[in-house]
Design a protein around this ligand. Structure first.
Ligand code: GLU
Length: 501
């Protein structure tokens, strides 16, 4: 049986930590939270903070996402010592540039009998999965290819059959190695029985690694001493520990941080809270306030700091934060509290600094330039500028019913259609070329005319039936804020409906 304390990174190892976000969309507040903790941990221990981009899942890859991750983490003041854009001695720091390394490592595991080739087709796997679900069994690979002879494997390869490479999780039952135990620095020993651990795919048939293989190989090669990540990865950790053992590598310390939660304690989600860092930046939150707020999640800061005001700076967090004081119960991401805190930070500014913040963040040159280009042909006196553009500068735009409800539609079908618009817009690139056909296609599917379709969206976004061109306005206003506006509209309508009942 593994002795986790013996195999964990020893206290003398140089401290190196990392965050490893996947560029799959807008950067998430959860990434900022984990980034903050890694940053503090490294700075407290004269260690290195590494940013690694885990971009091996090509189906979810969003090209603009990586730059947004860089921008939003820097905006928060969480700079890194090594990463794709700043380089460093352990690069490349983008996993898509390291695929050869993963293939070589998968071969090592094959040669040692710690992994095996699987020739099952997606269709065959789907049949098994359905049977397991019908029998109320957890979906698991049944081990079909685990004991193929060298000859069978040779024949399959010669026939050009595509294959994946799977982790050979040790056999369970009476065997001594029937479970894997590791130490979580916040929770103590955690044990997983192997009959609950799937023979995970390590290398896909396209030659790209899965998260598990790439993550472990990189954490080892980048000499990561402490893996500080979100709680949702705990169930992956036994697979990782098996991989470290299969390679014969030292296992890092694991710290699984509590998941941020909505007010109702469910895992934080965009349905209940804005989760995009771009949203917070563009909606006028100050980075100091957001960092302070994230530092309040889950404990770690002594309660009496700054007379118990709950207000502290990043530098004060580096000075006082105690990792072992983190509480594992899910901290609530309470937007009301964040707003209060942001207000406190706004009031701390000198009048001149406040003015400068307003000028750059509410009336920034770029923003005004884009808005004025929409207005030049639409006004007769400059004083009218505000009439059609106030929605660009307001936070709370909830149109009254007579503005958003067409005479031909009832409330229920209108709100259902707005919900469909939201789903389509969430999945659409924020460009005119992508937005227009996506919305029109939805309208055709649901038999809403272009006019009705755009009128409803115009009412939700601008609060009015008259505005500068809608799609151009939404592009200037930004995806994160536009989507938030639709979500808030739907939320407000739900509340109104509940009050009427
Ligand atoms: N790529 C994973 C993510 O998106 C990294 C998880 C980890 O830190 O191991 O969060």
């Amino acid at each position: 049986m593994l002795d986790p304390i013996m195999t964990s990174a020893s206290s003398e190892t140089a401290i190196r930590v990392r965050i490893a976000p996947s560029p799959t969309g807008d950067p998430h507040v959860g990434t900022a939270y984990i980034g903050l903790l890694n940053y503090i941990y490294a700075r407290q221990r004269s260690g290195k903070f590494v940013l690694r981009i885990e971009d091996t899942d090509r189906t979810r890859f969003v090209p603009t996402s990586e730059q947004m991750i860089f921008d939003s983490l820097r905006w928060l003041g969480l700079g890194w010592d090594e990463g794709p854009d700043v380089g460093g001695p352990f690069g490349p720091y983008r996993q898509s540039e390291r695929t050869e390394i993963y293939r070589e490592h998968a071969d090592i595991l094959l040669n040692r009998g710690k992994a095996y080739r699987c020739f099952c087709t997606p269709e065959e796997l789907e049949v098994v999965r359905k049977q397991q679900i019908a029998a109320k069994l957890p979906p698991r690979y049944p081990g079909t290819c685990r004991h193929l002879s060298a000859e069978q494997i040779g024949q399959n390869l010669a026939a050009g059959k595509p294959c994946t490479i799977r982790l050979a999780v040790p056999p369970h039952g009476a065997d001594l190695t029937s479970s894997t135990t590791f130490r979580d620095e916040l929770r103590g020993q955690i044990t997983f029985e192997h009959n609950n651990v799937d023979d995970q795919i390590l290398l896909k048939s396209d030659g790209f690694p899965t998260y598990h293989l790439a993550n472990v190989v990189d954490d080892h090669l980048m000499q990561i001493s402490d893996v500080i990540r979100a709680e949702e990865w705990i169930s992956s950790t036994p697979k990782h520990v098996l991989l470290y053992k299969a390679f014969g590598w030292q296992i890092p310390r694991f710290w699984h941080m509590p998941l941020l939660r909505n007010l109702d304690k469910s895992k934080i989600s965009k349905r209940k809270n804005p989760v995009s860092l771009i949203y917070y930046r563009d909606s006028g939150y100050l980075p100091e306030a957001l960092i302070n707020f994230l530092g309040l999640m889950g404990g770690g800061m002594p309660a009496d700091i700054n007379d118990g005001t709950e207000q502290f700076t990043l530098a004060e967090m580096v000075e006082h934060f105690v990792f072992t004081d983190i509480r594992v119960g899910g901290p609530v991401f309470d937007l009301t509290k964040l707003k209060w805190l942001n207000g406190e930070y706004l009031r701390k500014l000198t009048p001149e600094d406040f003015f400068q913040v307003v000028r750059s963040r509410v009336f920034g040159d770029d923003y005004l330039r884009q808005i004025s280009s929409l207005m030049q042909t639409r006004i007769e006196t400059l004083a009218q500028f505000g009439d059609l553009t106030s929605f660009f500068f307001s936070d709370n735009v909830i149109p009254p019913q007579d503005v958003f409800l067409s005479k031909k539609r009832n409330l229920e079908e209108t709100l259902n259609f707005a919900q469909d618009q939201l789903a389509v817009l969430e999945a659409t690139d924020w460009t005119h070329d992508a937005l227009e056909p996506a919305l029109k296609k939805l309208g055709e599917e649901k038999s809403w005319s272009v006019k009705e379709n755009f009128m409803l969206l115009r009412a939700i976004i601008t609060g009015s039936t008259m505005s500068p061109p809608l799609l151009e306005s939404m592009i200037v206003f930004g995806k994160a804020r536009s989507l938030d506006r639709i979500r808030r509209f739907l939320e407000a309508q739900k509340k109104l409906a509940a009050q009427k009942k």
